[in-house]
Design a protein around this ligand. Sequence first.
Ligand SMILES: Cc1ncc(COP(=O)(O)O)c(CN[C@@H]2CONC2=O)c1O
Length: 284
Amino acid sequence: MKVIWNDKIVERSEVKIDMEDRGYQFADGIYDVVRAYNGKFFTLNEHVDRLFSSAEKIELVMPFTKDELKQLLSTLMKENGISTGNIYMQVTRGIGIPRNHTYTDPELVPPVFTATTTIVPRDQEKMDQGMSAFIVPDMRWLRCDIKSISLLGNIMAKHEAHKKGGDEAILHRDGIVTECSSSNVWMIKDDTIYTHPDGNLVLPGITKIMLLKVAREAGMLVKEEAFTIEDLKKADEVFASSTTMEAMPIVSIDGNPVGHGQRGAVVEKLQQLYVDAVEKECGQ
Ligand SMILES: Cc1ncc(COP(=O)(O)O)c(CN[C@@H]2CONC2=O)c1O
């Protein structure tokens, strides 16, 4: 498998990351994950726009234009012969010698870009069966809108859930549900769909944007409104959304069944609407 290292497509073994790269020492960097189906990217523009938005928020100067990046990503997908799979891409602020908290000068120190591909078919069985989640306090910082590689808060939360046998962690701040450790979270009550509004407490998920769009186009009632842990426990259906999971039912929370303990009709409909949107953009 080839990878991207800065502006070149190379063998993975050729990549050399300096031990004083600020991404390695400070997690001073950003990332994004974009998915392709049938060899075509889905919502590539939205993901590239978000990556550039994250860069702007941390004053990181991107090393190429959006079009140059899209071209590079398309070439990598073709070189690796990816039909249905993901690209993980990240940018760090580059090498900081000597180590210092203040930012390196982008005129002197180039950022470091890397991207890798993985072949990941849709996990239809998991999407049918659903996953389990545990509620974990959201201990992250207050700029969760930035897709940062500083993910300790996220991975520690997911680890808490895994230790209890769960697939995902549902995060809350003083009882208000925000999102999951690596996905947005939604609940359905009396056929109304709820998810936390965008802002500094959640990542503005691209899958979330797409689900809001297709749900509203289908005449479904959707509210971008925060809800509490108590609301969540009384929900008829709960699901998570991300580029890699699409709309993934959550059928148990803290070991207790959600609704009837299986995927509900609203989530199943949303899954199909999302698949239809994918097939419209990427073909069958
Ligand atoms: C904290 C968090 N919230 C929400 C989302 C959903 O965003 P998208 O709908 O744009 O994917 C992600 C995606 N996390 C990516 C998706 O796959 N792997 C990841 O780390 C995430 O990490």
